[in-house]
Ligand binder design. Structure first.
Ligand code: AMP
Length: 288
């Protein structure tokens, strides 16, 4: 696996591959890699000539410096894992490579049409603007044919899908299913911060989402949301929201009639760790 640190070198290398008509799958990450990330590498490998990943902890998407400082940094283990997963190239930029002269010069002018106003948005002001900024910048440096993102971060990929459409970026977004632990907990680099007790109870999110899926055709949305919040309210856990939304607009819905993509999204505090998860309750086809 080739390691590239420099943005210009990365762009030159990827451009050469594109000139040779290679398809390129790109998986941006912030490190702390786990099976969820490696599943994206695998999907890219199955469909592309070349697979590129990046590890960059983007400061502009953190509204809290303590979270930024606490973010796991495990570069060597991550590179080993990427290599084993068959990744061809890893881009490992510094902050200066991504934002030479400062991040302010790389602001993206894009109306998110309220997609950032709900769910994770109010809790993390500026977060999604930071995500848009870094993904746009990364795609400028790694202009891949395909971009792989996880359904785990439902709001994030919805916003990136919007960005790709609005800015007419020539990269196809591929959304990959959520990889879970045996008990159903969605894999996340945050899980390693859970206490043993909280870890033991953390599958409650998956169980409640699965219950919502069973209920969707015979209970009202508001009844499901109320019951779900009740069930999630176990000792040590504090639900932030449980919302059933239109999967395209992220707007809350009060009935499922005519909605082709219905998704339940939740965030729950387990002590001081915020867990997020979601499940498609009604889905027409693959997400795109
Ligand atoms: P992150 O390093 O947390 O920014 O995540 C990088 C990518 O991996 C994002 O597109 C995430 O949605 C995706 N991802 C994270 N956890 C999982 C998971 N459990 N299953 C599938 N994809 C995931």
């Amino acid at each position: 696996m080739r390691r590239i640190y420099n943005a210009q070198k990365a762009l030159a290398y990827i451009s050469d591959l594109k000139s040779a008509s290679k398809t390129i799958g790109f998986i941006p990450t912030m490190g702390g890699l786990h099976q969820g990330h490696y599943s994206l590498i695998e999907q890219s490998k199955n469909a592309n000539d070349v697979t590129v990943s990046s590890i960059f902890v983007n400061p502009t998407q953190f509204n809290n410096t303590e979270d930024l400082d606490k973010y796991p940094r495990t570069i060597e283990a991550d590179c080993k894992g990427l290599e084993e997963a068959g990744c061809d190239i890893v881009f490992l930029p510094t902050i200066d490579e991504i934002y030479p002269g400062g991040a302010a010069q790389f602001e993206v002018s894009l109306d998110l049409q309220g997609l950032d106003a709900k769910m994770e948005g109010p809790h993390r002001p500026g977060h999604f603007a930071g995500v848009v900024q870094v993904v746009k910048r990364l795609l400028d440096i790694v202009p891949a044919t395909h971009l792989y993102m996880g359904q785990k971060d439902y709001q994030q990929f919805t916003i990136i899908r919007h960005m790709i459409r609005e800015l007419a970026i020539k990269t196809k977004l591929v959304v990959c299913t959520i990889i879970r632990e045996n008990d159903g907990l969605a894999m996340s680099s945050r899980n390693r911060r859970l206490t043993k007790e909280h870890r033991d109870d953390a599958s409650i999110l998956f169980r409640v989402l699965s219950q919502a899926k069973e209920w969707i055709n015979h209970k009202s949305i508001s009844e499901i949301e109320t019951k779900a919040l009740e069930y999630l309210n176990i000792p040590g856990f504090k639900p932030a929201y449980f919302e059933i939304v239109n999967g395209h607009t992220l707007e809350t819905i009060d009935h499922i009639n005519g909605v082709s993509e219905v998704v339940a999204c939740t965030a729950v505090w387990a002590g001081d760790v915020r867990l997020i998860d979601n499940m498609r309750l009604i889905a027409s086809d693959n997400i795109h």
